[in-house]
Design a protein around this ligand. Structure first.
Ligand code: ADP
Length: 598
């Protein structure tokens, strides 16, 4: 019995006429029938194929989808439908393989063309999707007849709805922000009545609120019934946010409690916030009018030099400070004001307090100076009387006691002298004489006075004066003596053995120099001064080591006074010292030339 249940000739006739290519294979894979469409697609005539094995005729298909699906269909006895590419023909085929009792019946068509079109369509769609993603604009299409609403990929993305979710108008409305739902619904109904639809509204995507701009073009039939439409949905969240920033930035000066102004180069007021009202009243100025001349001058300077300016303005009993920021490219200046009334008041108070403190200090110093003077006068009396009593006949014990009293009075006078000088320095009352005196006499007098003390300690005191130096100079001999007295006195005080040498050198004259520059040095072989001690040496009330106060008398004022005196005489004082090996004090002074000398 044949496999066809009607006359085989008729069946073959039908197979010849169908548009599909068709061939049949026996169970071993040999061609049993090939219709003329198949001859064309297989590129062989049926006489060459009938009875031949399919895989020997088309060996390139072995291992491809054609081969595997044929095998499966045979083995499983099920039909297979697939698309495959056959490289030797550079063609795509759609194949349907049906198992038959004695082999396989195969229908196939060439779909190369169709696939090319499909491919092109797909590419187009991909391009569209990409363009929509870049433009952040999705689209939709409505077909009322087919009850179909289609969204583009970008539309799904904007609404945050998984792609290919079935859509209804309600799905869309649910995504709209609750506050905008009424408005959107009303607009859509109006659009369905033929009104143009172009709206902006918010949607809620997860926890985020987005802004979209919708445009719809609806199509109606002759009876004005809606048949479909096309629409776009643009994500304008970024733009809306920027707009909000601009709006709030525009509000910014309004929220400023101080005046903010903008003035054009020609002095025209372009902008003023509400905090500037009082100022504008004071200026009798308003938008579009001229600001006062002094303000205009300040803004011109700011623009010309392209630098910020500060401008102080009094308004309503308040002190305002304006920072003028020139915007050169726009030819205007922004004024940012702030209230500094409080700051200035505090500054003024601080300044007042400082002045008061300084004045009190001066008054105190003046008082000390006066007091020292008052103490010194009776002390001179005490000392004079002691000297007179010492010149009389006394017992050895009486003499001893009176000598101790005289030494104590001398020390006390020295202390008082120091305090007096220091107070005068503080009160800026130290006066300097300007008289001719003999440099040699001044120096040897001082050294002579102290040589007794040195000898008592077993120290040698040497004086060496530059023979090239001047004989008579003009200045204050007492002040010079005071400095030397202090330095040599200290040297003796802080040296136990060795010598103290005093040098005076004349510094080289400079042309046109009308003064003598002299360098004095006092060197000792005493206890020396530590580095830290040297740093504090010329400060008032400082003694290098507190324990010295016990062993060595003194106020710690001597060197501070010396420093001031030397400075006032146009010089400097320095120290070099090493603990245990001695100290070298040097100072320079400038003294006037004596006109009698050549
Ligand atoms: P005072 O009047 O107490 O001597 P000075 O200002 O003259 O004050 O000296 C301050 C301190 O500096 C002294 O107490 C001493 O510690 C130190 N000093 C000054 N001269 C010397 C020196 N030649 N050798 C060592 N120490 C010195």
């Amino acid at each position: 019995m044949s496999k066809w249940d009607f006359h085989p000739d008729r069946a073959l006739d039908i197979l010849e006429r169908i548009s599909d290519a068709f061939f049949s294979l026996d169970r071993k894979g040999r061609f049993t029938y090939v219709n003329s469409q198949a001859e064309r697609l297989l590129r062989r005539c049926r006489a060459e194929l009938i009875g031949r094995h399919i895989w020997t005729e088309y060996p390139d298909a072995i291992g491809t989808i054609f081969h595997t699906e044929y095998e499966k269909s045979l083995a499983e006895g099920t039909a297979k439908v697939f698309e495959g590419f056959y490289a030797p023909f550079d063609s795509w085929f759609e194949v349907r393989v049906h198992p038959a009792t004695d082999g396989l019946a195969v229908f196939f068509i060439d779909i190369t063309q169709r696939r090319a079109v499909q491919q092109a369509l797909q590419e187009r769609e991909e391009d569209l999707n990409r363009a929509q993603a870049v433009a952040k604009t999705g689209s939709w299409r409505l077909n009322v007849g087919r009850n179909e609403l289609l969204w583009s990929d970008e539309n799904y993305r904007i609404f945050g709805i998984p792609k290919d979710t079935p859509l209804t108008y309600e799905t869309f409305l649910a995504a709209v922000h609750p506050d905008d739902r009424d408005f959107v619904d009303r607009s859509w109904r109006a659009a369905r009545r033929g009104e143009p639809c172009e709206i902006e509204h918010r949607i809620v995507v997860g926890s985020e609120v987005k802004w979209v701009r919708e445009r719809a073009e609806l199509e109606f039939d002759r009876q004005e019934m809606l048949i479909g439409g096309f629409g776009t949905v643009q994500d304008i969240t970024d733009r809306k946010r920027a707009e909000e920033h601009i709006r709030s930035a525009a509000l910014f000066p309004e929220q400023n409690p101080f005046p903010v102004l903008r003035v054009a180069q020609d002095g025209t007021l372009l902008f003023a916030n509400s905090s500037a009202r009082a100022l504008l009243e004071q200026w009798e100025c308003q938008l579009g009018r001229q600001v006062p001349v002094e303000v205009k001058q300040a803004l011109e300077t700011a623009l010309e030099n392209a630098v910020r300016q500060e401008l102080r303005i009094c308004c309503d009993g308040r002190q305002l400070s304006f920072t003028l920021v020139p915007i050169v490219e726009n030819n205007y200046v922004n004024f940012y004001g702030h209230d500094i009334t409080e700051r200035e008041r505090v500054q003024a108070e601080l300044l007042g307090a400082k002045e008061a403190a300084e004045k009190a200090n001066r008054v105190k110093s003046q008082f000390l100076a006066n007091m020292s003077h008052e103490i010194r006068t009776p002390m001179s009396g005490v000392m004079g009387m002691l000297e007179l009593v010492l010149d009389t006949n006394l017992t050895a014990v009486q003499r001893r006691y009176l000598e101790i009293a005289r030494d104590a009075a001398e020390s006390l006078l020295q202390v008082i002298n120091d305090i007096l000088d220091f107070s005068r320095i503080e009160a800026k009352k130290l006066v300097f004489a300007n008289e001719p005196f003999s440099l040699r006499e001044c120096l040897s007098g001082t050294v002579d006075l102290l040589s007794l003390k040195a000898r008592q300690k077993g120290l040698e005191l040497k004086l060496d004066i530059d023979p090239e130096g001047p004989e008579i100079v003009v200045g204050d001999p007492d002040r010079l003596r005071q400095v030397l007295f202090n330095l040599i006195g200290n040297a003796i005080k802080f040296t136990e053995k060795g010598e103290i040498s005093v040098h005076v050198r004349s510094c080289p004259q400079q042309t046109g120099d009308d003064r003598h520059r002299l360098l004095f040095s006092v060197r000792d072989t005493g206890i020396g001064i530590s580095a830290e001690g040297q740093r504090r040496l010329f400060q008032a009330f400082s003694q290098v080591d507190d324990s010295h106060t016990r062993r060595f008398k003194g106020t710690g004022l001597g060197l501070a006074i010396c420093k001031e005196i030397v400075a006032r005489m146009g010089g400097e004082i320095r120290v070099e010292s090493e603990e245990g090996s001695g100290s070298l004090f040097t100072f320079t002074v400038q003294l006037g030339r004596h006109s009698d000398r050549t």
